[in-house]
Design a binder for this molecule. Structure first.
Ligand code: NAG
Ligand code: NAG
Ligand code: NAG
Ligand code: NAG
Ligand code: NAG
Ligand code: NAG
Length: 476
């Protein structure tokens, strides 16, 4: 009777020791595993980081070489794997006086190439037209955000959704009317007087799509210089009143309102049959500056190649002129020239200007699409690892708000009280375009993105996207 008791007592005494030993072994073992693992992944992270910085450093060198080849004396000075300074030659005549900051334009401009490449690559996948599905997706879409896009309401909210809809119906498609990669080549034509020094007209017209802005006239008088083709026109409020005569029967030209809709636009819209939309991606409440940049953003969201004309990007000019009217104030020639040169060397745009007209148009010194894609991945990795979000390198990493929409459903732009002019028009042409008639590249992109449309929340904030999934109901 005692034995088993003793034995069990002895056992009881030994057991804690065995257990302790086992626990000790387990702890040592897992510690070892942990140490090995962390040193391994630590090394791996370290290696990836070194590789990433190497990719960006190489990219900086190719940008530097490109600026040297194409910049007419501009030089790029590398600060680190992201930072770059563009400098004009010391002898540059900086004659443009900035009234606001009370100084002449500087001859040096600093850029963060990593940020720039993230921003501009993103535009290639973006929808830049305001849609119903976007307003539906945003929790504040109809009553707050929509109200900000209607000038008459000011900062006040729409009292109810139907009030907002009344204002927006004419210019609000259900889903994106235009798609990433929809067109191969696009010409973005600015209004610079420099256009009269060259005869780019035929070259411009050879593009799949031509994008102009505001009151730029297109007619026989200027055909030699700016071409006759007209597909898109980005407009600000000041241009609304003259639009009927400027369009002069160009009924299919798509008008895109740059910032907010307004009474003046409503009046114009009722008297023309053209499709009219609102740009999506504007910095709200910052005036109507930079129409040129917005036309480039619009172009990138639809086109593979973006050629710019008439943006005055040659050295040596002293005054900003327009090809069709008297000079205007308020431009920053050197700042603009430096930035456009950077964009060309980032593969975003191709610059055409008088000084380049005679040159053989060779783009071999601009980084290739593969090089740019690689640099984009590297820049994204750096940014995400700084924010502690490694591993989320996909195109949906910036989606802050998600929505769902039916691919087939929804109404086209229009309103019940449409004017006769609009009733007889086919302004819905783009909105009812069957998917299979889209360009092959656009279809492929659609499938690669899993049918998701990306929109900027608003403005230039890189990280805030609204993402809308499209489901194909006719498949079910
Ligand atoms: C610089 O520009 C100003 C204003 O256009 C002009 O008067 C001046 O002659 C120019 N100087 C040189 C050295 O080109
Ligand atoms: C929305 O507001 C308009 C204008 O104030 C009004 O006429 C309409 O009856 C309202 N609709 C609803 C559903 O409250
Ligand atoms: C309007 O277009 C017609 C041809 O469609 C042309 O004859 C006329 O000159 C144009 N008017 C203006 C003001 O450009
Ligand atoms: C853009 O879309 C392509 C698919 O066409 C995708 O591979 C890429 O990751 C996307 N890039 C961004 C920045 O969204
Ligand atoms: C409608 O669009 C088609 C295709 O672009 C065009 O040929 C036609 O003239 C347009 N009709 C009207 C009334 O604008
Ligand atoms: C939607 O489904 C229909 C029928 O299966 C198909 O023909 C069409 O290509 C689909 N569209 C997309 C965008 O997947």
């Amino acid at each position: 009777m005692l034995r088993p008791l003793k034995a069990s007592a002895a056992n009881n005494q030994r057991r804690p020791i065995t257990v302790l030993l086992l626990v000790f072994c387990a702890v040592v073992f897992s510690l070892l595993v942990l140490i090995i693992q962390t040193s391994f992944t630590g090394n791996q992270n370290h290696n990836i980081k070194a590789e990433t910085i190497q990719i960006l450093t190489n990219f900086q060198s190719s940008v530097q070489q490109c600026v040297a080849n194409r910049g007419f004396g501009l030089t790029a000075h590398i600060v680190d794997h992201c930072k770059l300074v563009l400098k004009f030659p010391k002898s540059t005549n900086s004659s443009w006086y900035n009234e606001q900051f009370k100084h002449y334009e500087p001859l040096e401009y600093s850029y963060d190439v990593c940020e720039a490449i993230l921003l501009w690559e993103q535009y290639r996948n973006m929808t830049t037209v305001l849609t119903r599905e976007y307003l539906d997706a945003r929790p504040d879409g109809w009553l707050d955000y929509a109200a900000q896009r209607i000038a008459q309401l000011g900062a006040k909210k729409c009292y109810n959704r139907s009030l907002c809809e009344d204002h927006l119906n004419l210019i609000l498609p259900s889903k994106p009317p235009f798609h990433p990669r929809q067109f191969g080549t696009c010409a973005v034509v600015g209004n610079s007087g420099d256009l009269l020094k060259t005869e780019f007209g035929e070259e411009i017209d050879r593009h799949d799509v031509v994008i102009r802005d505001n009151e730029a006239p297109v007619n026989e008088k200027y055909a030699k210089y700016v071409g006759l083709k007209r597909d898109f026109r980005l407009i600000v409020r000041g241009a609304a009143r003259n639009m009927v005569s400027i369009l002069n029967g160009s009924d299919d030209e798509v008008l895109i309102i740059k910032s907010v809709t307004h009474r003046d636009f409503n009046t114009m819209i009722k008297s023309v049959p053209n499709p009219v939309y609102l740009f999506q991606g504007i910095v709200l409440r910052r005036g109507a500056k930079g129409t040129g940049m917005k036309t480039i953003e619009l172009a990138l969201s639809m086109c593979d190649v973006v050629d710019i004309y008439g943006f005055t990007v040659d050295p040596g000019y002293t005054v900003w002129t327009r090809y069709f009217s008297t000079p205007r104030k308020g431009h920053n020639p050197l700042q603009g020239r430096a930035y456009y040169q950077l964009l060309e060397c980032l593969g975003v745009i191709r610059i055409h200007s008088p000084m380049r007209a005679a040159r053989f148009q060779d783009w071999s010194d601009v980084p290739s699409r593969e090089t740019i894609a690689q640099a984009h991945t590297a820049a994204l990795y750096l940014k995400r690892s700084k924010a502690g979000e490694v591993g989320n390198l996909g195109p949906f990493g910036s989606c802050k708000v998600w929505g769902d929409a039916d691919l087939d459903g929804g109404q086209v732009s229009g309103s019940p009280d449409m004017s006769d002019t609009r009733k007889n028009s086919n302004y819905s042409r783009w909105e009812v375009l069957p998917f299979h008639s889209l360009r092959k590249e656009a279809q492929e992109h659609y499938f690669q993105m899993g049918g998701v449309s990306l929109y900027k929340m608003d403005g230039n904030k890189l990280d805030d996207l609204v993402c809308v999934r499209h489901t194909n109901k006719s498949n079910n």
